[in-house]
Design a binder for this molecule. Structure first.
Ligand code: ADP
Ligand code: MG
Length: 217
C-alpha cells in the first residue's frame, strides 16, 4: 500500500539564523505549517521578515539548522547536495521578481532552458500559445515588456512540469494591472492542479490565494 499524504509540504519548528556570535540574526524562529497538494498559498510579511529565506529553504537553495521540512515525502534536512540538486530539478519551478531571464537568449530559447532540465518536459509551442507568447518568441528579453518577461519566466518554470511552483514577489516589479494579470494566470494554473507557493508583501496580491501564511518579524 502506498499512502499519499494530502499534504505536499509539512514544516515543523523550522529555525534559521544567519551569522554567529554577536552578529547572529535569528530569521525564522520556529515555523509550523502544512500546505496541501494542489493548493495556492501566499507567504505574507513585512520586508526583512524572512519570506525569501523560507522560500529558498523550501527550494533547497538554503539550509536550515533545526526542525523538519517534508516535501512530497522527502525530508530535506537529510538530503545530500546531489539529492537536493535532483530535488530542485525534478520538483521545482522558480519564478523571481526580476524574471532572471538570460539576456542573450530569445524568449523561446529561455523557455527551452527550463524544458531541457526536466525529465518529462511540456511542449514549448503549446506553452507559448497558452501564455500568449507565440508572436514574441523570437524577441530578446530587452525587447519585451515586464509582463511579457514574467510570463516567459513562468513558462520557463512550467516547461519542466514541476510539482511545485515557487514564486518570489512575482508581481513586485510590475504595475498593478499587469500584476493582476500575472496573478490571474497563476490562479488559472492552480485550478489546473499546480501547487503554487508565492511570496508577497502586498495584501491585495495575497488575497488571490485561498490560504495565507503570515511570517512575523
Ligand atoms: P524578506 O524576503 O521577507 O524581505 P529575507 O528572507 O530576504 O526577508 O531576509 C530576512 C532577514 O535575513 C533579513 O534581516 C536579511 O538581512 C537577513 N538575510 C537574508 N539573507 C542573508 C544572508 N545570506 N546572510 C545574512 N543575512 C541574511
Ligand atoms: Mg524577499
Amino acid at each position: 500500500v502506498i499512502l499519499v499524504s494530502d499534504n505536499l509540504i509539512e514544516v515543523s519548528n523550522l529555525r534559521k539564523s544567519y551569522g554567529q556570535g554577536d552578529s547572529r540574526v535569528d530569521v525564522l524562529k520556529g515555523i509550523d505549517c502544512k500546505i496541501k497538494r494542489g493548493s495556492i498559498c501566499t507567504l505574507l510579511g513585512p520586508s526583512g521578515s524572512g519570506k525569501s529565506t523560507f522560500l529558498n529553504i523550501l527550494g533547497g537553495i538554503e539550509s536550515f539548522e533545526e526542525g523538519s521540512l517534508m516535501v512530497d515525502g522527502l525530508e530535506l534536512k537529510n538530503l545530500s547536495k546531489k539529492d537536493l540538486l535532483q530535488y530542485r530539478r525534478d520538483k521545482l519551478g522558480f519564478v523571481f521578481q526580476f524574471y532572471n531571464l538570460v539576456s542573450n537568449l530569445t524568449l523561446k530559447e529561455n523557455i527551452e532552458v527550463g524544458a531541457y532540465l526536466g525529465k518529462d518536459p511540456l511542449d514549448i509551442d503549446d506553452l507559448m500559445e497558452k501564455l500568449g507568447l507565440v508572436e514574441h518568441q523570437g524577441k530578446f528579453p530587452n525587447q519585451l515588456s515586464g509582463g511579457q518577461q514574467q510570463r516567459t519566466a513562468i513558462a520557463r518554470a512550467l516547461s519542466k512540469s514541476p510539482t511545485i511552483l515557487l514564486c518570489d514577489e512575482p508581481t513586485g516589479a510590475l504595475d498593478t494591472k499587469t500584476g493582476n494579470q500575472i496573478m490571474q494566470l497563476l490562479v488559472e494554473l492552480n485550478k489546473e492542479g499546480k501547487t503554487i507557493i508565492m511570496v508577497t508583501h502586498e495584501p491585495e496580491i495575497a488575497a488571490y490565494a485561498k490560504r495565507q501564511i503570515v511570517i512575523r518579524d
